[in-house]
Design a binder for this molecule. Sequence first.
Ligand code: ZN
Length: 139
Amino acid sequence: MKAHRKELWFNTPHRRDYINITGEVSDAVRESGVREGLCLVNAMHITASVYINDAEPGLIADYDDWLERLAPHAPISQYRHNATGEDNGDAHLKRQIMGREVVVAITEGKLDLGPWEQIHYAEFDGRRKKRVLVKIIGE
Ligand code: ZN
């Protein structure tokens, strides 16, 4: 069995950003040499997510509006977590609902994604260095 590990680093310009990382994950699969296996992609931070859905810009704006309705950033005093001196109580909640990781099958050396499926990194407390783990196993 082969195993391949890669980190993808981000430092987003905004507090919240949504980045299509399908190309970078595909690169990692190619580097791994795995033809048949599994690819795990997970955010390594508790205020960011990895999820799969359409890369359509309207949908991404809808996600952002929906998450802000569910867990508005401000006023920051509404979150007990922020009593620690942090201001990212909302980001932890957004991360929970959008998920930590995805697992994608690798078939014939490629990500075996469904139609319109794209892998995204969702940042909810950006403007600092954060990373995503890509772990690939198979033959
Ligand atoms: Zn926090």
